[in-house]
Design a protein around this ligand. Structure first.
Ligand SMILES: *Cc1c(COP(=O)(O)O)cnc(C)c1O
Length: 458
């Protein structure tokens, strides 16, 4: 299995190359050359998440790692989860909540980033090289990346945090890590400013030592998607007897939805994928009105979904709407956002087989949290609540809704204070955050200031 770019000019790459490269040379996103197929009878017969991951991950890694090497990584990579099978499933009013927040940073991003970090380290060891992780975060990516990489001496992580809509818990998860290879950089500016700085750094690369890798940890990295595909098969294993599955996914950059779509292409039967968004509704405008156009970011109660464009959407456009025609997708995305994306009606209608979308504002989000708490005593996090709205409205439709629960509510305490809901059980990883010292390095949104700091600490 090799990989190629959605924009056509970077192809024939093995797994290790696309892992270490992140974004393709032509600005596109890497895709597998074909969709490998999973044996559903085998999936049905498995009894744990790890056993299922062992069926999925090797399908993508064989061009660089032997079956044994991959299995060894899969067996050891996911660590510090508070649930014995990593994932919890709660049934609330005939809807299944797939709890993906039992990892060390209390958000689902641990699944993708721990897998990516383990493979990063494997490549670095075999090539005897080191790496810099440089990323920007508006929420949960940064803490999951830091946590996943902090135990690997060959990797130094520099994560930029904007002065924006991030909860104090989210910030402290990054600033209180006491490890000599981890640096949290507080940048006066917006998330977009931070992302621009990261993009510039990836272009210039002027701070890297000889032979050093610069690694991308945002959700365009295909290995994160692989880690996430695994839990859709896990959900199938546990829930297929309940009916045709509809996955309702709280969506920002579209990585989680694309993992769901990938699982479907690999043989997982499902009725629908519901793309749930907050007021940042670019994807809802596309799925309901055929209009994918960039607008300003709006701050909401579900900050990890506050985006202006959804990077991984390029993969769906390429695979589903354009039937993998890279010259068309290259033109389309090279011209975006100046030219919004809109398809001929016939092509746009291809979405109807698998996709629907739902937009949920802050008031509806808090109503949902309150309603489920009052009737069932279960506390939804604000992101999960966005995805739960459609599921609870339509749960009597004969299908079985699975809501992806992407974060633990304790990451967003302010929301619950305002609702007078007490979160009684904190995950261990969050319980002493407010007693620890913060180590934040403060900068203007200025390339040279930041690069000087990286140089000093590299
Ligand atoms: C990142 C994140 C999302 C959005 O996931 P995407 O893969 O970017 O669509 C949703 N909820 C939480 C809690 C997140 O951290």
């Amino acid at each position: 299995m090799l990989f190629h770019s959605t924009r056509g000019k970077d192809s024939g790459k093995d797994f290790a190359s696309i892992l270490m490269q992140g974004l393709a040379d032509d600005g596109g996103l890497f895709m597998p050359d074909y969709w490998p197929q999973v044996d559903l009878d085998e999936i049905r017969s498995k009894t744990s998440f790890i056993e299922i991951a062992k069926c999925v991950v090797p399908l993508f890694t064989a061009s660089s790692f032997s079956q044994d090497e991959t299995i060894n990584i899969v067996e050891s990579t996911w660590h510090d989860f508070e649930h014995k099978d990593l994932i919890g499933i709660k049934e609330v009013n005939s809807v299944s909540i797939l709890e993906l927040f039992h990892g060390p940073t209390a958000a689902f991003k641990d699944f993708g980033l721990q897998l990516a970090a383990a493979f990063f380290n494997k490549v670095l060891e075999s090539e005897n090289r080191t790496a810099i992780v440089l990323g920007a975060t508006s929420g949960d990516t940064g803490s999951a990346a830091i946590d996943a990489c902090k135990n690997y001496d060959r990797i130094k992580s520099f994560i930029m945090l904007p002065t924006g809509n991030m909860s104090e818990v989210q910030r402290r998860q990054m600033s209180t890590i006491n490890a000599s290879n981890v640096f949290a950089l507080r940048v006066s500016g917006t998330f977009d400013d931070c992302q621009d700085l990261v993009k510039l750094a990836f272009k210039k690369r002027d701070f890297l030592k000889n032979n050093q890798y610069l690694l991308a940890v945002n959700s365009i990295n295909w290995t994160r998607i692989i880690g996430q595909i695994c839990y859709y098969f896990y959900a199938f294993n546990k829930l297929h007897q309940k009916g045709d599955l509809i996955f309702s996914v709280p969506t920002g950059n579209f990585g989680n939805v694309f993992a769901c779509y990938s699982a479907h292409k690999m043989g997982l039967p499902m009725k629908k994928i519901s793309v749930a968004v907050n007021n940042n509704d670019i994807l809802h405008r596309f799925f309901s009105e055929n209009n994918y156009s960039k607008q300003h970011v709006r701050e909401t109660l579900s900050p990890s979904m506050d985006i202006s464009v959804a990077s991984n959407f390029e993969r769906l456009v390429y695979d589903l709407f354009l039937d993998r025609d890279s010259s068309k997708s290259s033109t389309m995305f090279n011209n975006f956002p100046d030219l919004p994306i809109e398809f001929d009606q016939k092509i746009w209608k291809k979405k109807d087989d698998l996709f629907s979308s739902n937009k949920v504002n802050d008031a509806e989000t808090t109503n949902m949290i309150k309603e489920i708490y009052d009737t069932h005593g279960y506390i939804l996090d604000p992101h999960t609540a966005v995805a739960a709205v459609e599921a609870f409205q339509k749960s009597d439709s004969g299908n079985h809704f699975v809501v992806l629960s992407t974060a633990h509510p304790a990451k967003f305490p302010k929301v619950y204070e305002d609702l007078n809901i007490e979160i009684s059980s904190l995950p261990a990883s969050l319980s002493n955050l407010f007693e620890k010292d913060e180590h934040l390095h403060t900068f203007d949104a200025d390339y040279n200031q930041i690069i000087n700091f990286i140089n000093l600490n590299n």
